[in-house]
Every structure is written in structure tokens, then in C-alpha cells.
Design a protein around this ligand. Sequence first.
Ligand SMILES: NC(=O)c1ccc[n+]([C@@H]2O[C@H](COP(=O)([O-])OP(=O)(O)OC[C@H]3O[C@@H](n4cnc5c(N)ncnc54)[C@H](OP(=O)(O)O)[C@@H]3O)[C@@H](O)[C@H]2O)c1
Length: 242
Amino acid sequence: MEIKGKNALITGASRGIGRAIALSLAVKGANIGINYRARKTDAEQVKNEVLKAGVQAEIFKADVSKRDEVERMVREFVEKFGQIDILVNNAGVFPDHFTTFEITEEEWDWLMDINLKGAFLVTKAALPHIPDGGKIVNISSIAGKMGGVAGVHYAASKAGLIGFTFALASELAPRKITVNAVAPGPVDTEMIPDDVKDRLAKITPIGRIATPEEIAHVVVFLIENDYVDGEVVDINGARYMD
Ligand SMILES: NC(=O)c1ccc[n+]([C@@H]2O[C@H](COP(=O)([O-])OP(=O)(O)OC[C@H]3O[C@@H](n4cnc5c(N)ncnc54)[C@H](OP(=O)(O)O)[C@@H]3O)[C@@H](O)[C@H]2O)c1
């Protein structure tokens, strides 16, 4: 897909990986819908940075785990931009507890509702407005493929996103809408505490964790390429080689 002139909705774009995806797509010429949940000032800053690329931008406050808020966001996006050519399901949260002993049912539900059901709700609301040839990218995690230390709920939500990606890819392939996932290792965002970042850098063969821009680069590739479909792209500094 030629990104220039297309309209992209990115969930959780007020900071971190979502922000980097928003800026990368803006530089390529896409109009950007910046979804956030709480940090309006951050979302406005991203909007100002996106506008500098000479494209249109709007912020949309919505909790992706709430159907009514998601439907309102999609309605407002379509009113402004017309259609959704590119959807990036990026919004996600990191747990407070990591052992199954400590994880409560409430924490399980809260995390699954945002990380997994959120992608379903946003995709379901967006789908009537995605034209043939559109693109969907879901941000999963290395945790969805190898577990890791973030707990069973986080790993299950990210593995769930991979299954979601596979099923949606086969469902939408007849319409030439590609659906792919990205599975990053640790990335330098606010999601991970600084001391944990240092520990994770040491166990990464390449010697550091990823930048958000490096993840955004993979997302851009998946949007520009029309034949990669139903894939999970790993980006983790050779963690599997360790
Ligand atoms: N950082 C990593 O090491 C890493 C590795 C692999 C995968 N990932 C995944 O990559 C994605 C982005 O992570 P990140 O590191 O950029 O996280 P981050 O810096 O913590 O940013 C999270 C973003 O998600 C938004 N968000 C959180 N809950 C939301 C909700 N209920 N509804 C709408 N938006 C919500 C936040 O909005 P507000 O600013 O308004 O709170 C923010 O924009 C997540 O899905 C994460 O699981 C991250």
C-alpha cells in the first residue's frame, strides 16, 4: 500500500510505541487518528508533532475496553477522515503482579479486556469503514510466543492477539485486507521500569532493548507490503538465538 494520503487509526498513540508508529506513518504522508485513554497532554503533543509532517491529525479519547467509547471514537474518526485505511491495534497495559499466586481475577479481567478484547472491539467497530486493500497490524509481544516474566495474563493476552491475527487474516484475505502482528522483545518505553530495562538489555544478545522507532519501522513495512499476510514478525535483538 502506498501510505501517502491514507487515513490511519492508531490505538494507544499518546506515547511509546504507538507515538512512534503515528510519527512514522505521518512522515510517510498518512493522516493520523491518535487514540489515548488518559494522558491528553501527551496525545496533544503527538498531534502537534504529526501536524509538522503536513498531514491531518486528530486525537480521540476512548478506553479500548469499552464498547460505547470505541464506537464513538470510530464514528468521530470516520466523520473527520471518511474511512479507515490503516488500523493499528497497539493500546496495551502491563500488569501489576507477575506470579499466578498474586494475580487476582480482577487483574486478569482488566488486562485481558484492554490487551485482547480491546483489539476485537476496535476492529469490529472499524471493519465496516475499512476498504478492500486496507491494513490491520496488531502489536503482540515476545511474551505471546515464549511466556516471559510478565505473568500468565500478559502472555495469554499477547498469545491471544496472535490467534486473533491468524483468524482475521484468513477471514479478510478475500478482500485483500492484510492482517499481521508484530512481536517485539522489550522496548524502551514507560511500560517497563528502568531497572527492569537494564536487566532485559543484559539478556538480549544484541546488548540493548529496542527503540520505539525500530518497532514502528516494522509496522510501516507490514503496511507497505501487500503480500505478507497472517504473519507474526519477531523483533527482539536475537533473543531466540540465546
Ligand atoms: N514496551 C515494551 O517492552 C513492549 C514489548 C512488547 C510489546 N509491547 C506492546 O506494545 C504496545 C505499546 O506499548 P508501550 O510500551 O508503548 O506502552 P506505554 O508506553 O505504556 O503506552 C501505552 C499506550 O496505550 C494507551 N492505553 C493504555 N490503556 C488503554 C486503554 N484502555 N484504551 C486506550 N488506550 C490505552 C496509553 O494511553 P494513555 O497515555 O492515555 O495512558 C498509551 O498511549 C502494548 O500493547 C504493549 O503490550 C510493549
